[in-house]
Design a binder for this molecule. Structure first.
Ligand SMILES: Cc1cc2nc3c(=O)[nH]c(=O)nc-3n(C[C@H](O)[C@H](O)[C@H](O)COP(=O)(O)OP(=O)(O)OC[C@H]3O[C@@H](n4cnc5c(N)ncnc54)[C@H](O)[C@@H]3O)c2cc1C
Length: 316
């Protein structure tokens, strides 16, 4: 569909975010013959597209995030979903109507009868001096995307959760050394993830340290680590620094219409309805989400089924 046509249409359902939550919703609304538009600011698949192995989605024994993403995209398109690559910057009520206007980065507007917010969350950037300067020049938040650039190099992975261990394990196939730096000496990661990473000969851990500074000469060549108890600072050799220290919800563009918690995660009921009539939310962006693909897709389906009823009642 041409852009002009997309802009001129009053969509039954607009879904912001093309990750598993958005795809789950689109599958159900498009199959129910509701005109469905996904607006995605980067690439479809969301966070799952960045991972190299998924083995906990029903019926999928083992697949890369990219493979699953391609299948999801083909499936929603098969039922008529349109995908538009734009950044949604603000949502507003259309005056004297239940509809919404979505303001895009190019100044254009999309009109929707109902809205699903499935924007997930973005990786939290490392709070270290030099992070901004070396972002993309040694600092990364995606092992799948950037791991191969660090073949036979020294890699530092920051974080103590499942992602830090899983993605760190992936990086062991490239790096001469992979050192996990964590601010505590206890980890949130599962025993399985820890065991797998620790079985690699080039894996080491430095606990009770924070990364204070990332430095280099055009590209990264070291970090300053600070011991959380003694305050001692040491230089540590690193060519690559990968951060896995959590995520920040991307709900800002609708925060004036819906209730969120103090971090920005969206409050929903059991049908995935937000506190604003006509807006649903799904996936990692919702308050209390367990941040797994199967859950995001399920939330999307739940929202879609409720939207079907909402739109049919609205028509009566
Ligand atoms: C490294 C890693 C490994 C993982 N491994 C697994 C695993 O093995 N199994 C599993 O079940 N889960 C895994 N997860 C978690 C899983 O990826 C997430 O739970 C899932 O992707 C969440 O889906 P979502 O649709 O809610 O959000 P996301 O996947 O985050 O998708 C949100 C989308 O919204 C878009 N967006 C945001 N704001 C806007 C805007 N304003 N306008 C337009 N688009 C916008 C983003 O670009 C993004 O594409 C992993 C996550 C990571 C980071």
């Amino acid at each position: 569909m041409q852009y002009e046509e997309i802009l001129n249409k009053r969509w039954d359902v607009v879904i912001v975010g093309g990750g598993p939550g958005g795809m789950g919703a689109a599958l159900y609304t498009a199959r129910a013959d509701l005109s469905t538009l996904i607006i995605e600011k980067q690439f479809v698949g969301g966070l799952i597209a960045l991972t190299h192995e998924v083995e906990n989605y029903p019926a999928v024994d083992f697949a890369s995030g990219m493979e699953l993403t391609q299948k999801m995209e083909a499936q929603v398109k098969k039922f008529g979903t349109e995908i538009l690559y734009k950044d949604v910057q603000k949502v507003e009520r259309v005056p004297d109507s239940h509809d919404f206007f979505l303001n895009l980065s190019d100044g254009k507007q999309i009109r929707a009868r109902s809205l699903v917010i499935a924007c997930g969350s973005a990786p939290r950037r490392l709070p270290a001096a030099g992070e901004e300067e070396y972002y993309g020049r040694g600092v990364s938040y995606c092992a799948t995307c950037d791991g191969a650039f660090f073949r036979d190099k020294d890699i530092v992975v920051v974080g103590g959760g499942e992602s830090a261990f899983q993605e760190g394990l992936f990086l062991t196939q490239f790096g001469k050394s992979v050192t996990l730096v964590h601010r505590r000496d206890a980890f949130r990661a599962t025993e399985l993830a820890k065991r797998r990473a620790r079985s690699k000969p080039n894996w080491t851990e430095k606990t009770n340290y924070t990364v204070e500074e990332i430095y280099g000469n055009g590209t990264v060549n070291g970090v300053k680590l600070k011991h959380t108890e003694t305050g001692e600072v040491e230089d540590f050799r690193a060519d690559g620094v990968f951060g896995f220290i959590g995520y920040e919800p991307a709900s800002h563009f609708a925060a004036h219409l819906i209730d969120t918690d103090e971090e920005g995660y969206i409050v929903v009921d059991g049908h995935m309805r937000t506190t604003c009539k006509g807006i649903w939310a799904a996936g990692d962006i919702i308050k209390g989400s367990l941040k797994q693909m199967v859950i995001s897709a399920g939330n999307g389906a739940t929202a879609a089924i409720d939207i079907r009823e909402y739109l049919s009642e609205e028509e009566d």
